[in-house]
Design a protein around this ligand. Structure first.
Ligand code: CAA
Length: 380
């Protein structure tokens, strides 16, 4: 067991931290109000190779470790959790769908390289109005037509949907046999019949664009199929295992960002003739939060390391996601309290972090679903 980060991991962590401070912090409050996606910053961060960290060089990635990628998500999320989820969906869910699939190397390179190099943005089309926690309840259908498929249906809550160049769409080829026919295709912006629907107005992660995606008679050539009928559900599940570590990293970043804001505030803020960190009740509360953060970090880095080493990590990813996101909610709520009236005001960031934290307990499998996944492995 080694608790030291490698030099490569430390370098990526430092790069992401400096990028977040310089490029994300200045506009983060404004973007929270306007919901504007920081396209320029997103492209700049990606062009440094960040979105391809966990993928091999032959497929356009940078051949780094999964933990390096996780550290980068965590660092940007300390400052801007909306950026963190756009990054994570891009790399873990879009990139993971391609990389984990049984597609040919030629297909993988074709669909992964533009994303890994930061030239294009990816999104993940699994959730539908009637297929949320029950991901098997897909109603998007792909019908064979000569060498092509015709896709019809719709997706919702699609993170990056409005800005995505590429979207992995999960669908059924034979509804009579359900998930046994689930397949996946890569659709591209501008394909006739593939359009962005309602863009959501959200409580948090406001500058991460989330929308419906409409799929109406979209003709897709078979070389865009990355999961053959019957492979799609397992591909989605496997990909979500990796995605849940990404959401854990986003949540841990939020928790650490709020904790650091409160820690600094408590050393400055004077009440009753001394800094409030000298009040033992508040100092002890911070001690508890520091311990929670440490616990979450250990679970998260362990899950990322298991994945990197090719060991089973489904339950570890679910535990990391469950813990990091619950810790993020607890820490941000306590930090708002710690800053008192100021904590409730937008300029101090912690109220935004508290709003951002909430969704981490919901997406990429609610925390109730994580308990289902963890308990499912206990009684086999
Ligand atoms: N890896 C590989 N295969 C897996 C797997 C995994 N992690 N989990 C399940 N499978 C396989 C099973 O082994 C089984 O295979 P067999 O048929 O060969 O036995 C098959 O998949 C079906 O498994 P289950 O019976 O367990 O499937 P289920 O229908 O009961 O569903 C579930 C299980 C865990 C509840 C699943 O539906 C689930 O994870 N739901 C949550 C969905 C979710 O996370 N959605 C997130 C949307 S994306 C999002 O939020 C992105 C965003 O914008 C930020």
């Amino acid at each position: 067991m080694n608790f030291e980060l490698t030099q490569e991991q430390q370098q990526i962590q430092k790069f992401a931290r400096e990028f977040a401070e310089k490029e994300l912090l200045p506009g983060v409050l404004e973007r929270d109000a306007t919901e504007d996606f920081p396209m320029e910053a997103f492209q700049k961060f990606g062009q440094a190779g960040t979105y391809g960290i966990p993928y091999p060089k032959e497929l356009g990635g940078t051949g780094g470790s999964y933990l390096s990628y996780i550290l980068a998500v965590e660092e940007v999320s300390k400052v801007d959790a909306a950026f963190g989820i756009s990054f994570s969906v891009n790399t873990s869910l879009y990139g993971g769908s391609i990389y984990n699939s049984s597609a040919t190397d030629e297909q993988k390179k074709r669909f992964l390289e533009p994303i890994a190099s930061g030239r294009a943005i990816g999104s993940f089309g699994l959730t539908e109005p009637n297929a949320g926690s029950d991901a098997a309840g897909q109603q998007t259908i792909a019908t064979k037509d000569g060498d092509d498929y015709i896709l019809n249906g719709s997706k919702c809550f699609n993170t990056n949907g409005p800005v995505a160049d590429y979207t992995v769409v999960y669908c059924l080829t034979d509804p009579s046999i359900g998930t046994k026919s689930m397949a996946a295709f890569v659709l591209e912006k501008g394909m006739p019949g593939f359009t962005v629907g309602k863009v959501e107005d959200k409580m948090g992660i406001r500058s991460a664009p989330v929308s419906d995606m409409h799929i109406s008679n979209v003709r897709v050539s078979a070389d865009r199929m990355i999961a053959k009928p019957g492979e799609g559900f397992k591909l989605a599940m496997k990909t979500l295992d990796g995605g849940r570590i990404g959401v854990g990293a986003q949540a841990l970043g939020i928790a650490k960002g709020a904790f650091e804001t409160a820690r600094k505030y408590m050393m400055q803020r004077q009440q009753f003739g001394k800094p409030i960190c000298k009040q033992q009740y508040l100092a002890f509360k911070m001690a508890e939060l520091a311990t929670e953060i440490e616990k979450a970090e250990l679970l998260l880095y362990k899950a990322a390391t298991l994945k990197e080493e090719g060991k089973p990590y489904t339950a570890a990813a679910a535990m990391a996601k469950l813990t990091c996101t619950d810790v993020a909610m607890k820490v941000t709520t306590e930090c708002v309290q710690m800053l008192g009236g100021n904590g409730y005001m937008k300029g101090y960031h912690v109220e935004r972090m508290m709003r951002d934290a909430k969704i981490t307990q919901i997406y990429e499998g609610t925390n109730e679903i994580q308990k289902l996944v963890i308990s499912g492995g206990l009684f086999r």
